[in-house]
Design a protein around this ligand. Structure first.
Ligand code: HAM
Length: 429
């Protein structure tokens, strides 16, 4: 029979690597808590329309990367529906914001999420079909200050602090402003005009984008097109006064708290909902897929989904890429945490009392690996040496006398310890 494997672009995460994932997630949770964010969990699949309207029909994500299916009706009362595995989480968060009328609280909503996303992309290092994002959104009515450049700068400063807290070194923050819903169309028109005489010399993707979504031309990575792209008009020169002032205020606040950034005129991002500030943190160690995280402002998204005016800003970190970066930085370090002790019952009659002892030790907060009474002593030692710092021998004599033998694997030292002192002894070594 053929052996079944995980589907292309998906993978299993196993210990000890999952320790690193848990470390990343718990660090993110504690940093987000310090900025007073709360967690939101939205469904993994949504109505296809949400992404078509929110992310944009013309984007690569919606036009070719979504996992979409027709969900059949199971009863007369149900309708068939087109559903999609979420390719990103911002649209789902804004849907929930509208559905639960969170705007009526009058407060800024500061929400974070951690979970899987799905895109049918060509798998390669750092790019998977099921991948994980750690993201956050700040959204609310304008009266709550949701449009303020301070929000943008605070989110960026939080990200810099999170990467520092995780020990990620060598990141670069790229920022740009793509303008508001009113000044962007003017720029797009200018770009269209500028592209007309030159687009024939560009790659086929650019020729298509020049028609459907000219901004995306700025994203092109084809080396032969770069010379032409450099001559195209810059968004910064088309921003109106309000957008220019907004962006200047974001930069000034970053300067004030010492977060370094690089103004990248070509950063437009691949989702249609962005307005004004957009950003990406890149890392050189990642190779072709060098975007560690991306985000920006989406002041019109709520209205696009039928909701009230609710400007917002957010980001999503590619957790897979963050873990890859950490792994590369910590190369050679032993990831697996060893148990405090391996408890070895010496004979199957000792299995049940050993479980009771393990229960007591675990309740004291010790990390205990429980062996098996059917193992010979040699096998217990070999197994214990792989997973724990020390071994506790538990035989009939020990049960009667209440004195246990503990051997430390790294020093080779063997000691007799009375049961009452076992917890303290295991904790101290
Ligand atoms: P995005 O740039 O599409 O933005 O994705 C954010 C991050 O997710 C990327 O920078 C990358 O690290 C990671 N990522 C994307 N696709 C893959 C993949 N196939 N495999 C591994 N990692 C991947 C968004 O998703 C927006 N929702 C971010 C946002 C939140 N904007 C505002 N709020």
């Amino acid at each position: 029979m053929s052996i079944l494997k995980a589907v292309r672009g998906t993978r299993d995460l196993l210990p000890p690597e999952t320790e690193l994932w848990n470390y990343v997630e718990s660090t993110a949770r504690s940093v987000f808590a310090r900025y007073n964010f709360g967690e939101i969990r939205t469904p993994v699949f949504e109505d296809t329309q949400l992404f078509a309207r929110g992310v944009g029909e013309e984007t690569d994500i919606v036009s070719k990367e979504m996992y979409t299916w027709e969900d059949r009706a199971r009863a007369q009362s149900e309708k068939a529906q087109s559903l999609t595995l979420r390719p990103e989480n911002t649209a789902g968060v804004v849907r929930a914001y509208i559905e639960h009328k969170l705007g009526e609280t009058g407060q800024l909503q500061k929400l974070y999420y951690i979970g899987p996303q799905f895109r049918r992309e060509r798998p390669q290092k750092g790019r998977y079909r099921q991948f994980y994002q750690i993201g956050a959104e700040v959204i609310g009515p304008p009266s709550a200050g949701s449009e303020s450049p301070l929000r943008d700068a605070e989110v960026l400063e939080m990200l810099a602090s999170l990467l520092d807290a995780l020990g990620i070194s060598g990141w670069t923050l790229n920022i740009n402003s793509v303008g508001s819903a009113s000044d962007r169309p003017l720029y797009v028109e200018k770009l269209r005009e500028a592209l007309k005489p030159v687009v024939g010399q560009m790659c086929v993707d650019c020729q298509r984008r020049a028609e459907t979504n000219p901004l995306r031309v700025l994203d092109c990575k084809v080396p032969e097109d770069q010379g032409i792209i450099d001559t195209l008009p810059r968004i910064a020169d088309s921003l109106d006064e309000a957008s220019t002032a907004h962006f200047a205020a974001v930069c000034a606040a970053l300067d004030a708290c010492g977060v370094p950034y690089h103004r990248n005129h070509r950063l437009v991002r691949g989702l249609d909902y962005y307005t004004r500030t957009t950003f990406e943190f890149t890392h050189g160690g990642l190779g072709a897929q060098n975007a560690l995280l991306g985000g920006g402002r989406y002041d019109g998204l709520s209205e696009m989904l039928g909701g009230p005016k609710a400007p917002g800003i957010g980001f999503a970190i590619g957790e897979d890429r963050l873990v890859l970066t950490l792994e590369a930085q910590r190369a050679g370090e032993h990831l697996a945490e060893l148990a405090d002790a391996y408890l070895a019952p010496m004979g199957t009659a000792l299995d049940a009392p050993a479980l009771a002892l393990a229960r007591e030790l675990r309740r004291e907060g010790l990390r205990i690996d429980l062996g098996d009474g059917s193992f010979r002593l040699k096998k217990s030692f070999e197994s214990g040496n792989k997973v724990a710092r020390q071994i506790v021998l538990f035989g009939e004599d020990e049960l009667q006398s209440g004195i246990l033998t503990v051997k430390n694997f790294s020093t080779g030292e063997q000691t007799k310890v009375p049961r009452e002192q076992l917890v303290a002894m295991l904790k101290s070594t």
